[in-house]
Write a protein that binds this ligand. Structure first.
Ligand code: ATP
Ligand code: MG
Ligand code: MG
Ligand code: MG
Length: 482
């Protein structure tokens, strides 16, 4: 089943269950000082849960463009390295605003996955909230008993507050969750751990696909919980992960959502996907990032020097650097992916196609200017190399590696690559020391993040660099401009 059909079937299924199908909210959040980008399907319905607005239709479903690169939900570090976290992804969701509750939400999720999409029942696991002493909450027996009707008890796993209790923020609507996971491991792998359920949730082949949130409490300012008069359902399912499961793949990137772009990039670079891990990571990073960049620009967020604009600029530069370092792309290339994307999303998110020329133009300008910066960084690197050799040292000093990464956006692995071409190494320990110092500086100033909403202090935020724990691992951090 191709991904277009999968999306359509999801929407049709809930339409038949009397849900109104609504448009995705824009990826870029304006007029909400607490949130930069939409990071979940429920964002646009926040007011219904808070009770400050009443929903016209009490049953709604959609596919929502989400971006998880800041605040509580920052998956950037994972992207490209694992096979199921993206920066931008589609979250399929169905909602009940004071209408149906656990019984229907669970029954329909099960029906959709096992009957419409025919996912094998013996590969699915569900989690239910195990309760919490601090909040005097009992385990979610209600959800357990409903699940029992559909799935063997040894496939229902009690899980902790951390993953199975959702809160909108410090105060406000909250409640237990039930997650659906799929085990994609080979049969012989599974045979090694029989009957152990979600024995290893961290196994990259055991993947969470759907989260059903049952909003039934209100967290008060004094931290106590009150029962809500109206109970709500909020669900979110990763579209790309669902496609992976249905298409029998082991990676989101092996589905038809990403393969055309990856194959195209590999061809242009004169390489193949699946040959070498570093190259594969670069291909995945680029195929992922171009989506975030294109949809952010489409929805009104241009790359810029601060705030949300800088997040987008950094994602774009990250993609350019991976292309430059591992695929030999030293001319602008990202923008050539825009037409493919706009075709792919022509029906579901036509806004990209409508703005295709604009989006391509912005990207190509950014690419050109960053490639110049890269060129300047390389010049500086040449000088550093000469200086190092002059001093008859074998390694480029940590502070130089840091300056290159901090000021020119030069990843340390690129510096290392150039160094080794010159018979040198880099002082990893010294570099890490510099990063630690910077991390301390940025931690002191870092923005507060609460719940699903990022609390930005007043004033603009400025990007201050990457947090580098390994050559590939980079996290965006912000500090307020004094
Ligand atoms: P995970 O534990 O895998 O990070 P999550 O618990 O943070 O996921 P939720 O906030 O419950 O995710 O979001 C609902 C669904 O959205 C998840 O079940 C998953 O299918 C999907 N999802 C979440 N984050 C991502 C991401 N970065 N890329 C792709 N899909 C995602
Ligand atoms: Mg997550
Ligand atoms: Mg999770
Ligand atoms: Mg979850």
């Amino acid at each position: 089943m191709d991904s277009k059909t999968i999306r359509q079937k999801f929407l049709d299924f809930f339409r038949e269950k009397q849900h109104q199908i609504v448009d995705s909210a824009p990826l870029v959040v304006k007029n909400d000082p607490t949130l930069m980008f939409t990071n979940a399907g429920m964002n646009q319905f926040k007011d219904f849960f808070l009770g400050t607005k009443t929903a016209e239709n009490r049953r709604v479903a959609d596919t929502q463009k989400c971006l998880r690169v800041s605040g509580k939900h920052n998956d950037l570090e994972e992207v490209g390295h694992d096979t199921y976290h993206h920066t931008m992804f589609e979250m399929l969701g169905n909602w009940s605003f004071g209408d149906y509750f656990k019984k229907e939400a669970i029954a329909w999720a099960w029906e959709l996955l096992t009957e419409v999409f025919e996912l094998p029942k013996d590969r699915l696991y569900v989690t239910v909230f195990e309760g919490d002493k601090g909040d005097s909450l009992e385990p979610d027996q209600e959800a357990f008993d409903i699940w029992k009707k559909y799935i063997n008890e040894d496939r229902i796993i009690y899980a902790s507050k951390e993953d199975n209790f959702w809160e909108m923020g410090e105060t406000g609507p909250c409640g237990p969750c039930s997650e659906i996971h799929i085990d994609l491991r080979d049969a012989n792998e599974i045979a090694k751990t029989p009957g152990k359920g979600l024995v290893n949730q961290d196994d990259p082949q055991v993947v969470e696909i759907w989260n059903l949130v049952f909003i039934q409490f209100n967290r008060m300012a004094n931290k106590s919980l009150q029962n809500l008069p109206d109970k709500h359902v909020d669900t979110g399912m990763g579209f790309e992960r669902l496609a992976m499961a249905i298409q029998g793949k082991k990676s989101n990137y092996d589905t038809d959502v990403f393969q055309p772009m990856i194959q195209y990039l590999a061809k242009v670079a004169g390489t193949q996907y699946g040959k070498e891990e570093k190259i594969d990571i670069a291909l995945r990073v680029i195929a992922d990032h171009i989506r975030a960049i294109s949809f952010a620009i489409t929805d009104g967020q241009l790359p810029g020097n601060n705030g949300a604009g800088y997040v987008i600029r950094r994602i774009l530069r990250r993609a350019v650097r991976y292309g430059y370092s591992y695929l030999g792309f030293n001319e602008p290339f990202l923008h050539t992916l825009v037409p493919m994307l706009s075709e792919q999303f022509a029906e579901v998110f036509p806004e990209l196609k409508q703005q295709q020329a604009h989006v391509s133009n912005i990207i190509i300008q950014e690419e050109k200017s960053f490639l110049r910066t890269l060129a300047n960084g390389l010049k500086l690197l040449d000088e550093v190399v000469a200086k190092t050799k002059e001093k008859q040292q074998k390694e480029i000093a940590g502070i130089d590696v840091f300056t290159l990464s901090d000021r020119y956006g030069f990843p340390s692995d690129l510096t290392n690559l150039v160094a080794s071409e010159n018979g040198l190494g880099i002082d990893e320990a010294g570099f890490k020391e510099e990063l630690k110092k910077q991390k301390l500086r940025s931690q002191q100033d870092a923005q507060k993040s609460t719940g699903d909403w990022i609390v930005l202090n007043s004033g603009e935020s400025e990007f201050i660099g990457y947090d580098e724990t390994s050559s590939f691992t980079k996290v965006l951090r912000y500090r307020e401009i004094e």
